[in-house]
Each structure stands twice: as structure tokens, then as C-alpha cells.
Design a protein around this ligand. Structure first.
Ligand SMILES: [Fe+2]
Ligand SMILES: [Fe+2]
Length: 290
């Protein structure tokens, strides 16, 4: 029997402008179709700015439909808003209205689906630590999803990683989940047959085994962050991740298509101009101090 193939894509940041994410997307669609996955999972930042421009969510849904392959999507901070504790002028905080707009467009903002030997669980990462009523409902959903796995292995999907190197590390939001939420998810994974944590958001790829769980950071399909802004931990190159699930195992491969271009954040005019301005001000301050 053939393995069940899942392709994880992340951080497409699609809109009509700037055009480069869409150019990569069009090449990606062809490549994904060649690999004939059973399912595509998008781990968020689907749109460039679906919070301010909800019509971008509808447009990206149409582009995803072009795949002609079943897909499941999870929201990123650019789709529904950022964690309240780190939101600011550049990114509004997550709110129920933005989450509802995401559901209205895609039908859901989390999922549980079973395949042979495995349960795939996806969560709306931006709800963690939000204090919104939807957060508590999501915890109930997750507790039930983990408890009902019925002996299956579990692969957990989320826009943001739980942590960098383990539950004890001190990485902070907004790069990772808030620590109390990461700890609670870590327990759920350890008390069940948690085998994979698949995330996006960092725009870099890394595969690291932590306490028996494969932590997979999916690369972006659109752009990477300049090394001068943050030290890379993994590989900064655009691509996607392929999972071949067997009933009792999974093989994981990152693929970097040669015809996709790795764009760099500060080198792309029109890509989040306000974020670029803040990043350049940060670099100026840092250079002045050194
Ligand atoms: Fe992103
Ligand atoms: Fe993100």
C-alpha cells in the first residue's frame, strides 16, 4: 500500500501586490501537483494582510482551490492578528471577528483528521494566550482530539512552533507560542502518541527531534528574513515539506524547488513597508550602539 502523502506549505503571504509571492506560488502549484499528495496542509500566513483586507482571504482561497487537491488551512498572524501581548502598531491583536472571517472563508480554523495509523490535529495558534472565549473552546477541542486518538500516532500542526529546543527553553512570543500554552500542548503530546509537531512562521526550515517528537519547521514559500535582522537557526530558503505516512512510521523530506526564488525581506520594495521601516530603524539604533 502506498504511504499517505501530505505536503505542508507555509507562509505564502499571497496578495495581488507585491507580485513575487504569487510568482513563487504559481511554480509551487506545478511542483505540488507533480508530487501527487493526498492532502496539502497550509500552516498559515496564507495572505499578505488578511486582517486589514479580508478580501485577500477569499482571493487566496481561490488560488488554493487551483491546486485541485484537498487542503486544510490554519491561520497565521497575518491572517487573523497577532498575540495580544506582542501586537502593536504594525500588527493588530487577534480578535473573534477576524477569526470568524477566516472561518467564513475557509470553513474552519482548526482540524482533526484520521489516516491509517495517524491522527492529524491542527490548531489556530493565535488563540493561545489570547484570553478570547474561542481559546477555551479550542482547548476543549484539543483535549478531545488527543484523548480520542484511539492509539494512533499524532502529528500536530500550528502556525507557530511550541519552542526552539524544548519545553524548558526561554524563547518568547511572538516567534514561539506563549510558554504556558506550549507546556500544556507538550504534556498532551507526551501523554499521547505524539510523533510530529509541524509549524511555520519562522520562514526557515529545521528538523529536530525533541523528546521523541520530530519538530518540523516548514520553510516559507515566499521570502526569508535577512540574517542581519535575526541570526538564522535553520535553513533560510523557500520550499515545502513532504510527509509520507505509513501506519507506524513517517518519512519527512524538505524540498527546495530550483525554479522558486528565495526573496529577502528587506530587498523587496512594497513588502510590508512599515515593518521594513521599523527594521531599518532597529538596525540604525543597533549600529549606533556598537
Ligand atoms: Fe510568515
Ligand atoms: Fe507568521
Amino acid at each position: 500500500m502506498n504511504p499517505y502523502r501530505v505536503i505542508q506549505i507555509s507562509d505564502t503571504h499571497l496578495a495581488h501586490e507585491p507580485k513575487f509571492p504569487l510568482r513563487n506560488w504559481q511554480k509551487l502549484v506545478v511542483r505540488i501537483q507533480q508530487h501527487e499528495p493526498d492532502l496539502v496542509v497550509h500552516t498559515g500566513d496564507i495572505s499578505l494582510d488578511g486582517v486589514s483586507f479580508p478580501e485577500q482571504l477569499q482571493q487566496t482561497k481561490e488560488w488554493l482551490d487551483d491546486l485541485g487537491i484537498p487542503f486544510l488551512v490554519l491561520p497565521g498572524n497575518h491572517d487573523v492578528g497577532e498575540f495580544p501581548e506582542t501586537a502593536g502598531d504594525l500588527e493588530p491583536p487577534v480578535c473573534e471577528a477576524a477569526c470568524q472571517r477566516f472561518i467564513d472563508c475557509f470553513g474552519q480554523f482548526r482540524f482533526v483528521t484520521d489516516i491509517d495509523g495517524w491522527r492529524l490535529i491542527g490548531a489556530n495558534a493565535l488563540l493561545f494566550g489570547s484570553g478570547l472565549a474561542a481559546e477555551e473552546k479550542q482547548w476543549q477541542f484539543l483535549e478531545n482530539a488527543f484523548a480520542g486518538a484511539d492509539g494512533r500516532h499524532i502529528a500536530f500542526f500550528s502556525h507557530k512552533p511550541l519552542y526552539k529546543d524544548g519545553v524548558e527553553d526561554t524563547s518568547k512570543p511572538p516567534r514561539m507560542l506563549p510558554k504556558p500554552s506550549a507546556e500544556r500542548l507538550h504534556v498532551l503530546l507526551q501523554e499521547s502518541r505524539g510523533r510530529v509537531i509541524a509549524s511555520g512562521h519562522l520562514h526557515e526550515h529545521r528538523l529536530k527531534d525533541i523528546e521523541g517528537v520530530r519538530n518540523v519547521w516548514a520553510p516559507s514559500t515566499s521570502f526569508v528574513i535577512d540574517d542581519v535582522l535575526s541570526r538564522p537557526i535553520g535553513t533560510r530558503r523557500v520550499g515545502f515539506v513532504q510527509y509520507d505516512f505509513e501506519p507506524d512510521d513517517v518519512s519527512i523530506e524538505v524540498i527546495y524547488p530550483d525554479d522558486m526564488t528565495t526573496h529577502i525581506f528587506l530587498e523587496e520594495p512594497g513588502l510590508y513597508p512599515d515593518h521594513q521601516k521599523a527594521a531599518r530603524a532597529f538596525l540604525t539604533r543597533r549600529n549606533a550602539q556598537s
